[in-house]
Ligand binder design. Structure first.
Ligand SMILES: NC(=O)c1ccc[n+]([C@@H]2O[C@H](COP(=O)([O-])OP(=O)(O)OC[C@H]3O[C@@H](n4cnc5c(N)ncnc54)[C@H](OP(=O)(O)O)[C@@H]3O)[C@@H](O)[C@H]2O)c1
Length: 325
């Protein structure tokens, strides 16, 4: 297949680029800073020569968006919104203008669209969309607004010949440098990987190999469109998530952090505590119903597999997964 990845230079893009190229597909990455032979330039807002790659391709997976790992200032929140909505809109325009449009457009969205939730697991059919929860910071509602506008930009694009799927992804865990697994692993190894603010908040996650397999599954399944949750079937409280990560790294203890310590840490790291404190209890209703089988459904074993790859410097597929294919 010919696959086009707008925004494919980041963490998720690297995972998909590597896996799809290894599987024999022809991958083109659309970026604001092209540096490799398979990169094309765009600005994320306007049509240009890059759109020729969309005409005649099989699949577009749009990953573009300003990183959410930043301080949630008004300027950054606006950039998070605009970069997502504008890039989804212009990808839609490229597909609409194509003489041979792709058969499927997978648009990144986020599991953050669901409400801050402890006791209810959110699937696509019955899950509560966030934004009106009581007692949470105002900007959490803005993150939900971003997700809703992002999905709307795809849904409203006039691309009748192209199936559209919004990927409501949980945190993608891979051993790549700078990704969320790498950052949490470093904290664990420094003895700082204890629960934050009590640790009752749920963590939704997906192993990178399952993320790739789910993308491949959704490319193949012509009967699935609209929002799809990409999250392991077993989200778990943050304190259990961190305990399993410590066990995988064989680190006996982790210093707990209070909410204000988390605020301080997030400030120092130029990030925001929403990423740590929002309870995301998201489950893969539609993938499950469609018969998708997770290779890494349970966090304890998934963490061991990721630690193993991190130790051996192997970011790609590992042997256990290849043997299942
Ligand atoms: N990582 C996760 O676990 C996860 C989970 C759920 C959802 N998501 C979403 O999935 C997408 C990809 O995630 P990621 O972790 O790979 O993010 P990332 O590492 O921040 O990469 C996103 C890419 O978007 C491009 N970009 C940034 N600002 C842009 C702008 N103003 N206009 C156009 N392009 C821009 C950048 O490419 P260039 O600089 O090369 O142009 C960047 O490489 C993001 O939208 C993210 O919010 C990620």
């Amino acid at each position: 297949m010919k696959v086009v990845l707008p925004g494919g230079t980041g963490q998720v893009g690297a995972i998909l680029d590597r896996a799809l190229t290894a599987a024999g597909h022809e991958v083109t990455v659309v970026t604001r800073s092209p540096s490799r032979p398979h990169d094309l330039r765009w600005d994320g807002t306007a049509l240009g020569p890059w759109a020729e790659a969309v005409d005649g391709c099989d699949v577009v997976v749009n990953l573009a968006g300003r990183s959410v790992s930043c301080r949630y200032t008004e300027k950054n929140l606006r950039a998070m919104m605009d970069s997502r909505v504008d890039s989804a809109r212009v990808v839609g325009e490229a597909i609409a203008a194509a003489a041979r449009p792709p058969r499927v457009w997978l648009q990144m969205s986020t599991a953050t669209v669901y409400a801050h939730s402890f006791d209810t697991a959110n699937d696509e059919a019955t899950g509560a969309i966030g934004g009106s929860e009581a007692g949470v910071p105002d900007h959490w509602a803005y993150s939900v607004e971003i997700a809703k506008n992002w999905e709307r930009a795809q849904a409203e694009a006039p691309t009748p010949a192209t199936r559209k799927v919004a990927l409501r992804s949980a945190m993608v865990m891979s051993p790549d440098r700078g990704g969320v697994f790498d950052v949490l692993s470093r904290l664990v190894r420094l003895g700082l990987g204890g629960p934050v603010a009590g640790g009752a908040q749920y963590v939704s996650w997906i192993h990178d190999q399952d993320f790739v397999r789910a993308v491949e599954f959704l490319i193949d399944r012509d009967d699935i469109e609209g929002p799809v949750n990409l999250a392991s079937p077993e989200p778990l409280p943050h304190r259990d998530f961190m305990r399993a990560l410590r066990t995988a790294w064989r680190v006996p203890a982790g210093l707990p952090a209070t909410r204000w310590m988390a605020e301080l840490g997030a400030f120092a790291l130029r990030s925001d505590t929403e990423l740590l404190l929002k309870s995301r209890r998201v489950v893969p209703g539609r993938l499950g119903a469609a018969g998708f089988a997770f290779a890494h459904p349970e966090w304890g074993r998934a963490a061991v597999s990721l630690v193993e790859r991190a130790r051996h410097g192997r970011p790609g597929r590992d042997a256990d997964l290849l043997s299942q294919r």
